[in-house]
Design a protein around this ligand. Structure first.
Ligand code: FE
Ligand code: FE
Length: 334
């Protein structure tokens, strides 16, 4: 797919105001680079190269992606990818089982944060064996996907002012601990997300599978607005349950210092019907529209950095461990 949005690495954080309804915490802005904590980037000159993908920041600050054999529009292929059967089976279940009721049950179960106590980095290592069944683009482990995303972001956003962004790339999928530790099946952990409690959009992947969802014919949940008011804002919308929402809630629960832009990325990076297809705009508010830029900016790193070359975990660990402690307590309640 086409990368969306114009990157603004020098944009200010004026829009990153704290919203009380969202319980989001704002990071203290550090515009001056006083110390360089960075290990060497994957390659010199702001370019990172992997076996099939080259990502570099050009002089005008645009992200250039050369996928070497895998054209940009070959990502998110839900028609005939090598993983088609696995992905289709996944979405049959996901679209059937994500209901208002099942989401409420999962919220009740996991928002007590009694699952585990471990550091962000230990969680990354813990998840290393997981392969995401909903993903047609990679069979890499979660650790490599995390490092590829983080390092691709760091090429374009190398300064301390934006250090929250590579960190967000590193941790964005840690909510998948729901599967690895919680033992939850993948239908309620991974895949694209969408609101429950209102009409499912046909801009979701495999929209035909929603016909087997009990909410599909519900007198209220099947209507355009369902249980929501027009443009009520995504903070008032219940999303299908998965690693996005869970990690966002864990960030709030553990009092992370990440800026609102990072929390939006974490919470809505799988909400492709919104950030890629412009669906559900009848539910979003001004704050969502402002934050959409960052979700889109993140999305291309999440997607296009999926490649086959592996980063050295040992080399990158000290840098990211230090960065984690800038924004999170040493032990996270999961
Ligand atoms: Fe994800
Ligand atoms: Fe991801």
């Amino acid at each position: 797919m086409e990368p969306n949005g114009t990157p603004q690495p020098n944009g200010n954080h004026a829009s990153d105001k704290v919203s009380k309804t969202n319980l989001l915490t704002a990071a203290t802005s550090s515009p001056q680079v006083t110390e360089d904590h960075s290990p060497p980037l994957s390659a010199a000159n702001g370019t990172t190269t992997t076996a099939c993908t080259t990502i570099k920041a050009s002089a005008d600050g645009q992200l250039e992606v050369d996928t070497k054999g895998k054209a940009a529009n070959n990502f998110r292929n839900y028609v005939n990818s090598e993983q088609q059967k696995r992905v289709e089976k996944f979405y049959t279940e996901n679209h059937r089982l994500q209901t208002v009721e099942s989401v409420q049950q999962l919220q009740k179960k996991y928002l007590q944060f009694k699952l585990a106590r471990m550091s962000m980095w230990d969680c990354l290592e813990y998840l290393d064996s997981l392969v995401d069944e909903s993903d047609p683009d990679t069979e890499n482990s979660q650790m490599q996907h995390a490092l590829q995303t983080a390092e691709a972001i760091r090429v374009k956003y190398p300064t301390e002012e934006y250090d929250w962004f590579p960190l967000t790339g590193l941790i964005h999928d840690l909510g998948k601990i729901l599967s690895a530790k919680g033992g939850e099946p993948q239908w309620c952990v991974v895949g694209d997300t969408f609101p429950v409690g209102c009409q499912f959009s046909d801009k979701c992947v495999f929209p035909q599978f929603f016909k087997d969802n009990p909410d599909y014919k519900h007198p209220v949940y099947s209507t355009k607005y369902g249980i929501y008011k027009p443009n009520c804002g995504l903070s008032n919308v219940t999303m299908s349950w998965g690693h996005d929402e869970y990690l966002y809630q864990a960030c709030v629960h553990n009092k992370s210092k990440l800026p609102m832009s990072a929390l939006y990325i974490i919470r809505f990076h799988s909400f492709y019907p919104w950030h890629k297809e412009n669906a559900y705009n009848h539910l979003t508010d001004k704050q969502d529209e402002t934050m959409l830029h960052w979700v889109r900016e993140f999305q291309k790193f999440d997607l296009y950095s999926k490649a086959h070359q592996k980063h050295s975990i040992a080399e990158l660990k000290p840098y990211y461990q230090k960065l984690i402690l800038k924004y999170f307590p040493p032990i996270i309640e999961w």
